[in-house]
Design a protein around this ligand. Structure first.
Ligand code: T3D
Length: 266
């Protein structure tokens, strides 16, 4: 599929080892069109390659995180009969979700407001979630006649438990931040005016972490879809790799010297 280019629909800034990636279409609650999806993928590819970046934050500009698929451009594409959902998902959206789960750097979603449909999937695909009080998830697919996508069928039950996940998937209903936290789907719920500060504290802490963080993410995600023996084998394999890292040497030295470790991510 052609890779369109529009300026500024996704903003990226890098500070103190953290890449801040912001969807910037506040007038449509950061709805996801093809352009945004490609730009998110580019931003993640860049963050993955950049050795200075050791943690990523994904957020939304304005009052929403993301309202999911852009229903205006979807309607236009339906009218022009140029939409193959399967092609779009397989070639554009699915690789974005896979990249988030598979890259060896931690990703935090900073959920400032509503996260709906594929926007909810995007938020849940992150490794850690910090959510503002008053923000909410809306599993909007059923309301417009679609099934959950962008990884929702995988992520919902793992985030909320199967009963709530099924309820959300079949009704298209929403769930508020406090309930999402109670069910274990998000890590922190904070007052809106503290959201960026709290996210920054967490992100910069992870950005100072050891190389092992990325491999821990990989092992945890693999274990979600494997049996115990496979998980044990994979842990042993990755531990062998991380045990020869500079950060492991530094971690042990720092412990013995009774000082804080200074990890380099190597
Ligand atoms: O890559 C892929 O395409 C993957 C495929 C994904 C499929 C999906 O994601 S399906 C789900 C698509 N999303 C939705 O169905 C959600 C639609 N939006 C809403 O239900 C509501 O807007 C919200 C619950 C998210 C928020 O409600 P509220 O009352 O806070 O805001 P609002 O007044 O409805 O929206 C504000 C504006 O944003 C409004 O525009 P206007 O009237 O001010 O000019 C509205 O049309 C626009 N907007 C909201 N959501 C979308 C949108 N424009 C385009 N696409 C949207 N999804």
């Amino acid at each position: 599929m052609p890779k369109p280019t529009t300026e500024e629909s996704v903003l990226v800034k890098k500070e103190n080892g953290v890449a801040w990636i912001t969807i910037n279409r506040p007038e449509v609650l950061n709805a996801l069109n093809t352009d945004v999806i490609w730009k998110l993928r580019d931003a993640l590819d860049d963050a993955e390659r950049d050795p200075q970046v050791r943690c990523v934050v994904i957020g939304g500009e304005g009052r929403a995180f993301s309202a999911g698929a852009d229903l205006q451009s979807l309607k236009k594409r339906q009218r022009q009969a140029e939409i193959s959902f399967m092609e779009h998902l397989k070639e554009e959206t699915n690789p974005l979700i896979s990249k988030m789960r598979n890259m060896d750097k931690p990703i935090i979603s900073m959920i400032n407001g509503v996260a709906a449909g594929a926007g909810m999937s995007l938020a849940l695909a992150a490794d850690l979630k910090v959510m503002a009080e008053g923000a909410r998830f809306v599993e909007a697919f059923a309301k417009i006649g679609l099934i959950p996508d962008a990884g929702a069928t995988f992520l919902l039950a793992r985030s909320f438990g199967i009963s709530k996940a099924m309820e959300l998937a079949l009704t298209g209903d929403g769930i508020d931040a406090e309930e999402a936290k109670r069910l274990g789907a998000v890590n922190k719920v904070v007052p809106p005016d503290q959201l960026e500060k709290e996210t920054r504290i967490l992100a910069e802490r992870l950005a100072k972490g050891p190389k092992g963080i990325g491999l821990a993410k990989r092992a945890m995600n693999k274990a979600l879809v494997s049996d115990l023996d496979t998980a044990l084998d994979y842990e042993a394999h990755l531990q062998e790799i991380v045990a020869s890292s500079e950060d492991f040497k530094e971690g042990v030295s720092a412990f013995n010297d009774k000082r804080p470790a200074r990890f380099q991510g190597k």
